[in-house]
Design a protein around this ligand. Structure first.
Ligand code: ADP
Ligand code: MG
Ligand code: MG
Length: 329
């Protein structure tokens, strides 16, 4: 089964292998195709949890309650927020999901879809300073009550889970695939964040290309991975506008309010947990390769960094899984 669709505002490509002569996976309970179930889940995630735009979503509800006291959140949301705050602490605030006002101000969401980015107007310095002042993970309060968790954020603050959304999606997709015993293997990409699952029918490893941030139509090489990994990339080529020859991309430095400028043009994280792969890719992008590698020591995660000259560095554990493209040899 192969399919390409859009969900969560991005491209979803699914290759799912099914054992036996069943042409489509059906979990015995329904005759829905597994790829459709996955898509439905992604739409639900967007509508019920992650969107800041749809009133129905938890993120939008948390934002609507800013300055109005605590509101109850689902166990899943509580878990994600808790992990986000932990990474904020470990990165000294370089990773901070309370930057929602800033992402709105820069209008990040429209960039990928912009027909004519020349229409784009940069925010004013004063606006950036104001939006920057409204962010600050230390002011996001998560409180465990007897049977629930409540969260409160101050007036003016908005949260944005864009840095972990695709990773969360990969974790949810894995859970779905596990419900279908006839799914023997799959490789699923949510806007470039990739899950490998199970085995290939012909055996061997899954091959995941790593995009060249300096030449995004090409790849620098290939990762060969068993099933069970999540691969997330953050890069300055993924979503950006160019104004007067300057590129403004979608990963912001919460300290300055501007797109970050570290030594990293692209960073790819490989780990078993989807949330972590996505969170760490954003965090390492902001921190730069040196601080990023230090952060990675706290986790069971590997990384490949590419700088603005195209130089590749990677964690020791990744070296046996990464193969340079021929053109690079
Ligand atoms: P992608 O969206 O391509 O997967 P990332 O995983 O790196 O890329 O996430 C980038 C998104 O994270 C931005 O679009 C924005 O919503 C959010 N974001 C930007 N800067 C930060 C930051 N410093 N900390 C946390 N989230 C951020
Ligand atoms: Mg990320
Ligand atoms: Mg991501």
């Amino acid at each position: 089964e192969k399919s390409i669709d859009t969900a969560m505002g991005t491209v979803i490509s699914q290759t799912v292998y099914v054992t036996g002569n069943s042409p489509t996976a059906t979990n015995g309970k329904t005759d829905e195709k597994v790829t459709d179930v996955v898509l439905q889940k992604l739409n639900d995630l967007e509508q019920q949890e992650l969107s800041w735009r749809l009133d129905s979503a938890e993120v939008a509800k948390i934002n609507a309650a800013a300055g109005k006291g605590p509101i109850q959140v689902s166990a899943a949301m509580a878990g994600w927020l808790k992990r986000c705050l932990q990474i904020s602490e470990q990165t000294g605030g370089a990773f901070d999901v309370s930057i929602g006002k800033l992402s709105r101000l820069w209008d990040i969401d429209t960039w990928a879809a912009a027909d004519d980015p020349q229409d784009y107007e940069l925010p004013e310095l004063e606006e950036i300073e104001q939006a920057c002042a409204l962010a600050g993970w230390k002011q996001m309060i998560l409180e465990q009550r007897t049977n629930s968790t409540v969260v409160s954020i101050p007036a003016g603050m908005q949260i944005d889970l864009g840095a972990v959304g695709k990773g969360v999606a990969l974790d949810e997709i894995r859970k779905i695939l596990e419900e279908y015993p006839e799914v023997s293997g799959a490789v699923i990409s949510v806007g470039g964040s990739i899950l490998t699952y199970g085995n290939k029918p012909e055996g061997g490893t899954w091959q995941i290309a790593v995009t060249d941030p300096l030449e995004p139509s090409q790849s620098v090489g290939v990762l060969t991975l068993d099933g069970g990994y999540c691969v997330s990339t953050s890069g300055d080529y993924e979503r950006y506008v160019e104004v007067d020859g300057v590129r403004y991309h979608h990963i912001l430095d919460p300290r300055t309010g501007f797109p970050t400028r570290s030594d990293v043009a692209g960073v790819t994280i490989v780990t078993k947990d989807g949330f972590l792969s996505d969170a760490l890719s954003t965090a390492c992008f902001v921190l730069g390769s040196e601080e990023g590698q230090k952060l990675l020591e706290k986790y069971d995660a590997e990384a490949l960094f590419i700088d603005h000259e195209g130089t590749i560095t990677m964690t020791e554990g990744l070296q046996q899984y990464f193969h340079l493209s021929n053109s690079q040899k």
